[in-house]
Design a protein around this ligand. Structure first.
Ligand SMILES: NC(=O)c1ccc[n+]([C@@H]2O[C@H](COP(=O)([O-])OP(=O)(O)OC[C@H]3O[C@@H](n4cnc5c(N)ncnc54)[C@H](OP(=O)(O)O)[C@@H]3O)[C@@H](O)[C@H]2O)c1
Length: 299
C-alpha cells in the first residue's frame, strides 16, 4: 500500500496564514511589528539562498526583516559588537547569524552573545535547556519543531510510539529527541537516537513506528530497513549530480523514497517535506520573541 505524502509545502502555507493573523493582532491591537535581523558573513552561495528565503518569508508575513551582510574578513570582535547593538535594538526581536560562518569565526561565542530573548534559532544553551524541560513559553528549534508540526497537522500522534532518530546533531537529532519525548500533547514518544557508532542500527530502525532521518547521506534509509506502516520523516537535504538539470544537481533526502514509500504509512518527500517548515518555525519564534519581550500573549 502506498504511503500518504506529508505535503510540507501545503502545511507551511497553512502555518503562514496562522502566523499572518498573529502579526496582524500584534500590529492592530498592540502597535508592534516583530523584527528579525539575519546576519550573513561572507559569500557562501547556499547561505545566501537560505537568507534570501528567510527575508522573503518575513516580508510575506509583515515581519520587519533586516539583512546584514558582512564581508568574509569581518573579525570576531566586529560581529560581537554588531550582536550587542542588535541585542539593544528595540525594533529587533529575533537575531540569527547564518551558519556556517567563515572558519575564523567562533560560532559558539557568537551564539552565547545573542540575547536569550532574541535567540530565535534556539541554539543558546539557556533556550536549549528550557526546551528540554518542556517550557511551552520558550523557543523551539526550527527544523525539529517543523517535524512536530508536520505530524500534528497530518493527525499523527506520537504518543506511546517508538521513534528512532538517525543523527545526533545539536540542530536536528538531539532536539528532535527532546521534543518527541516530552510529556505533552503531540509528543510522549519512546525515543531511540542512532549515530555513526550505533551497532545494531538496522534492527532498531526496523522496530520504529516513527523514523526521523537526519544524517546528511543521500538515500541512506532503504525500504528493507523500515517496518510496514512506519511514519518516515526525511530531514536530509543532499545535492546529487544530475546532468539532466540546468543546475547540474538535484536535491534528495536521506531516505530512499522509491523503496521506503511503498512500506511507510506516511512519508515526507524531499524537496517539499520538512524543508519548507523550517523557515515557518523561525518566523513563529520571531513572533514568540516579540510577544515575550513585550509581555503579550496572542495565543
Ligand atoms: N530540512 C531542513 O531545514 C534541514 C535543517 C538542518 C539540516 N538539514 C539536513 O539534515 C541532514 C542532517 O543535518 P545535521 O546538521 O543534523 O548533520 P550533521 O551535523 O552532519 O549530523 C549527522 C548525524 O548523522 C550521523 N551519521 C552519519 N553517518 C552515519 C551512519 N552511517 N550511521 C548512523 N549515523 C550516521 C552522525 O553521527 P556522529 O554524531 O556519530 O558523527 C551525526 O550525528 C543534512 O542533510 C542537512 O542538510 C535539513
Amino acid at each position: 500500500m502506498a504511503a500518504q505524502i506529508i505535503d510540507g509545502r501545503k502545511i507551511s502555507v497553512e502555518v503562514t496564514e496562522e502566523l499572518k493573523k498573529k502579526v496582524e493582532v500584534l500590529k492592530n491591537d498592540h502597535g508592534l511589528q516583530p523584527g528579525l535581523a539575519v546576519v550573513i558573513i561572507g559569500d557562501d552561495p547556499a547561505s545566501h539562498v537560505y537568507v534570501n528565503a528567510k527575508e522573503k518569508k518575513a516580508n510575506e508575513l509583515g515581519i520587519l526583516s533586516r539583512k546584514i551582510q558582512l564581508p568574509a574578513e569581518t573579525t570576531q570582535d566586529e560581529v560581537l559588537k554588531l550582536i550587542n547593538e542588535l541585542n539593544n535594538d528595540s525594533a529587533i526581536h529575533g537575531i540569527l547569524v547564518q551558519s556556517p560562518p567563515p572558519a575564523h569565526i567562533d560560532e559558539e561565542e557568537i551564539i552565547l552573545s545573542i540575547s536569550v530573548e532574541k535567540d530565535v534559532d534556539c541554539f543558546h544553551p539557556y533556550n536549549v535547556g528550557r526546551m528540554l524541560i518542556g517550557d511551552e513559553n520558550g523557543f523551539k528549534p526550527c527544523t525539529p519543531h517543523g517535524c512536530m508540526v508536520l505530524m500534528e497537522k497530518s493527525g499523527i500522534d506520537p504518543t506511546g510510539k517508538h521513534a528512532v532518530i538517525i543523527g545526533r546533531s545539536n540542530i536536528v537529532g538531539k532536539p528532535m529527541a527532546a521534543l518527541l519525548v516530552q510529556k505533552a500533547k503531540g509528543a510522549n514518544a519512546t525515543v531511540t537516537i542512532c549515530h555513526s557508532r550505533t551497532q545494531n542500527m538496522t534492527e532498531l530502525v526496523k522496530h520504529a513506528d516513527i523514523v526521523v532521518a537526519a544524517i546528511g547521506k543521500p538515500n541512506f534509509v532503504t525500504g528493507d530497513m523500515v517496518k510496514e506502516g512506519a511514519v518516515v520523516l526525511d530531514v536530509g537535504i543532499n545535492r546529487v549530480e544530475d546532468a539532466s538539470k540546468k543546475s547540474g544537481f538535484r536535491l534528495v533526502g536521506d531516505v530512499d523514497f522509491g523503496s521506503v514509500e511503498p512500506k511507510a504509512s506516511w512519508i515526507t518527500p524531499v524537496p517539499g517535506g520538512v524543508g519548507p517548515m523550517t523557515i515557518g518555525m523561525l518566523m513563529k519564534n520571531t513572533i514568540v520573541a516579540c510577544c515575550n519581550i513585550n509581555k503579550i500573549n496572542v495565543g
